[in-house]
Design a protein around this ligand. Structure first.
Ligand SMILES: CC(=O)N[C@@H](C)C(=O)N[C@@H](C)C(=O)O
Length: 808
């Protein structure tokens, strides 16, 4: 157990284990203080012989604690339907929960009646139990709330199942064979499922049908179209088709399809070039039976550049150019007088946003007068993989016909320098299906605002942005709109998520009411353990102000400090420095189960939002590319110095953990500041950019990180020169390897295409060679995030045990 008694002791008796564990673990603690080669031996012995009894006990007790957090549900989405009797609303919540035994995410639906009372409070009545959505890939209620589409993607060659549900039964079921299309995209990015207003058609995005492959038998290649079945036949590989990298491995091009509910027909929408990947489809708001348009986002396969000859990774990469397109879908009455869908072959899709390098999340205003979209033009134009967003509007022609020459208005520009307490710019990862208040011009959306997630309103005519959630440091996320009211979840590092209901008085001031959740959603144990913790958001002044920095890059960045409310015997708890990846992402103040586990084990946490983090304005973000491994490392060390100077941490008891770019920082820190970290854990870390550039799905990221945006974009090639590799090597943790002495745990996903496993393995083996204590966990089926339920659980369990072992 760590220095002070942990918060878990009350429930799990971990403190009782403390002294006996301490004694039984003594060979390990000796190992940490004796020669590095002995440490090496201990680690090797452990790996080869499995766990000893005391480690088993530590594992058992920590896993009981971690289980409390790991199985907590997460409220993912909500839909609100008006009640027939008015006055109250019916809400449907989609809740996910890791299923450790099945190693899958379980999704269930829980329904509730929500009513605003005359005394200003809000009451909720929950269904007695949630219903599990077994085998369901996506659900999409119709605009009227009278029907619901349920999609079940099937593994292997089985058809995709579409079900149309009414209020009490399944009204229709069709199976779509793989020869029509593959799985429906439900990834939250290409994903798009849109009901036409009259609820007769559904447009959606699915994988192109399987291409025909050559068939061979004992005599050689058979003729195309041959249907002969023979057990000696085999399917050849056919041409290699690149995919969008990490998380999209083996997935075929996303294409656009329309399902006619009455006839059960499915059509491919024509007029779309095969070089475009399609996503985020919506129907035009006008309901003209003979002249309907579909709007979608298109991403070119060559990432919009002559220099780029393939699809590069797209997950977390908003710097891939994309545009909004309109395509006409025409309808004609068939002989049987039924309405059938048919798209006009000759009508090519029209690019509506030629003047801008990025346009996505299209939404029509309720009256159809304007089309609003988000843009990551700053990311595309600079090459940073994520950057500050801008919001744009197209005033829609009164005849409803799309044209290429429509004017684009900038509604919310990119904020360059974020002034203290002012709006720092938009950083959105999604829009609600219907984000509009009843005035038809105000959109409600979630965004990062420094270290918090907040909800903002945007007047798309005046461009005015207002924060609608309280000015506290907690985080808020929008779930759905209920008319002019907002259904959301709020949480903090020490408060598990709660459902909140927001209403405004003449859109000036927003008030937030608690919706009492179903009783068991967060256990009393968890709430009680968290109640002994506290957190604060610290402002960290920039150290290197003398350098040639933009104003935005000189403004303080932030770190979230989580600690016990009570300090026993005057000593500080050991500290874990936590570092996010990206580097352009964020560790916000929302509740994080794994961080909560580390806090309850008895650690203080320092979660650093170094410069480059989203939510702090574009200049601060753009200050990092080209300076990775130096500016970000010095930001983290300055934050650490800050808490030590304030007497909140003991410099001899500091651990560090990070994923991806956060793993890059972790391994840089133990190399550049070898005396400052007692123990480390790196999850899919970038350790050698010169190796990663030849193996990753985002080699361009390695160039931008090493050279900075402009130079990096210009130098990028599939054939890095010796000079390029030298610069990348010198900016990588591997160049500081000889100085490392910190015992380090590596958690690696063997299927990671982003930071291929070779990066972490090479570094771990080299550390071992130098006699540093190293332990490697390999998750054979995991990709970059290592977030499959068992892998996530085992990762943090091993991190907890590893840290405890080194703080004996
Ligand atoms: C753009 C990107 O994926 N960068 C990786 C090296 C990285 O740091 N990933 C982040 C998103 C992560 O947290 O995994």
């Amino acid at each position: 157990m760590v220095g002070n008694l942990s918060l878990a002791e009350e429930y799990y008796g971990l403190s009782k284990l403390d002294s006996s564990l301490r004694q039984r673990l003594s060979p390990f603690s000796t190992a940490t203080t004796t020669s590095s080669s002995f440490r090496h031996l201990v680690a090797m012995k452990e790996v080869s012989q499995g766990l000893d009894v005391s480690s088993e006990e530590e594992f058992a007790s920590q896993s009981t604690l971690l289980k409390e957090f790991a199985s907590l549900p997460t409220i993912e989405k909500a839909w609100v339907f008006e009640s027939e009797n008015g006055g109250s609303s019916r809400a449907m919540f989609s809740i996910s929960q890791p299923n450790l035994l099945g190693n899958k995410k379980r999704t269930h639906i829980l329904s509730s009646h929500i009513a605003k009372q005359s005394d200003g409070s809000v009451s909720s009545q929950w269904a007695p139990f949630p219903v599990e959505m077994l085998g369901v890939s996506a659900i999409a209620p119709s605009p009227s709330g009278q029907k619901m589409l349920v999609i079940r993607n099937q593994e292997n060659d089985s058809p995709t199942q579409f079900e149309i549900w009414g209020p009490s039964q399944v009204d229709k079921e069709i199976h779509i064979p793989k020869s029509v299309h593959g799985s429906v995209y439900t990834d939250g990015w290409f994903e798009g499922i849109s009901w036409s207003l009259d609820e007769t058609l559904i447009a959606y995005v699915a994988e192109d049908p399987f291409p025909s492959k050559p068939v061979f038998d004992g005599l050689g290649c058979k003729k195309r179209g041959s249907t002969e079945k023979d057990c000696n036949n085999w399917n050849g590989q056919g041409d290699f088709e690149g995919d969008w990298g990490e998380a999209y491995s083996g997935k075929r091009r996303p294409g656009l399809f329309v399902f006619n509910i009455a006839s059960g027909d499915v059509h491919i929408v024509d007029g779309i070039s095969k070089s475009l990947s399609v996503g985020q489809v919506i129907w035009a708001p006008k309901n003209d039976e003979l002249d309907q348009y579909l709007f979608f986002v298109g991403w070119p396969s060559d990432c919009g550049s002559e220099k780029i000859v393939r699809k590069l990774g797209i997950k977390y990469c908003y710097n891939r150019p994309c545009a909004l397109y309109a395509v006409k879908a025409s309808f004609h009455k068939s002989e049987t007088d039924k309405i059938e869908t048919k798209t006009e072959d000759k009508t090519a899709a029209i690019n509506l946003t030629q003047g801008i390098s990025s346009a996505f999340f299209p939404r029509f205003s309720p009256d159809g007068k304007f089309l609003v979209f988000l843009s990551a033009k700053s990311a595309v134009d600079t090459g940073a993989h994520m950057a500050t967003d801008s919001l744009h509007r197209i005033d829609w022609p009164t005849d409803g016909k799309p044209q290429t020459s429509l004017k684009l208005f900038e509604v919310v520009p990119v904020v360059q320098c974020a002034e203290e307490d002012c709006f720092p710019g938009l950083y959105c990862s999604g829009f609600l299906r219907n984000p509009w208040l009843s005035d038809g011009r105000t959109m409600i959306m979630s965004s990062y605002w420094r270290s918090s997630q907040v909800i903002v309103s945007v007047d798309v005519l005046s461009g005015r942005v207002s924060r609608v959630t309280p000015n506290s440091s907690a985080s808020w996320n929008i779930l759905a709109l209920d008319g002019d009211n907002i259904l959301s979840v709020s949480s903090s590092p020490v408060e598990p998520p709660e459902i909140k209901y927001g209403y405004s008085t003449e859109r000036k001031e927003w008030n937030w009411l608690d919706i009492s959740g179903p009783v068991s959603i967060y256990s009393m144990k968890v709430k009680s353990m968290m109640s002994s913790l506290q957190y604060s958001v610290m402002k960290i002044p920039v150290r290197d102000t003398s350098l040639d920095l933009t104003d935005g890059a000189r403004t303080p960045y932030e770190a979230i400090f989580v600690s016990s409310k009570t300090r026993k015997s005057g000593a500080c708890d050991p500290l874990v420095v936590i570092l996010h990846g990206g580097p352009h992402s964020s560790s916000s103040t929302d509740f994080n189960k794994n961080h909560a586990f580390l806090s309850t084990l008895g650690y203080s946490l320092l979660i650093v939002n170094y410069r480059g983090t989203l939510g702090f304005g574009e200049e601060a973000l753009q200050s990092l590319p080209g300076k990775v491994g130096s500016q970000d490392v010095s930001d983290v060390l300055a934050a650490l110095d800050g808490v030590i100077e304030m007497g909140l941490a003991d410099p001899s008891k500091v651990a560090v953990v990070g994923i991806s770019h956060g793993g890059f920082l972790t391994t840089h820190l133990i190399g550049q500041a070898p005396d400052r970290f007692a123990v480390a854990a790196a999850r899919n870390p970038v350790c050698n950019l010169a190796l990663m550039v030849g193996t990753s799905d985002i080699p361009d990221w390695c160039y931008v990180g090493a050279y900075g945006c402009n130079e990096g974009k210009n130098y990028f090639t599939e054939a890095p020169s010796f000079d390029h590799l030298r610069v990348m090597y010198n900016k990588s943790p591997i160049s500081h390897l000889a100085k490392v002495k910190t015992p380090t745990l590596f958690l690696l996903g063997a299927q990671d295409l982003r930071v291929p496993v070779s990066d972490g393995l090479q570094y771990a083996r080299a550390l071992k060679e130098n006699g540093v204590e190293v332990k490697v966990f390999m998750f054979p089926k995991d990709i970059h995030e290592i977030d499959r339920p068992r892998s996530d659980f085992e990762s943090f369990l091993n991190i907890g045990v590893w840290f405890n072992k080194h703080f004996q």
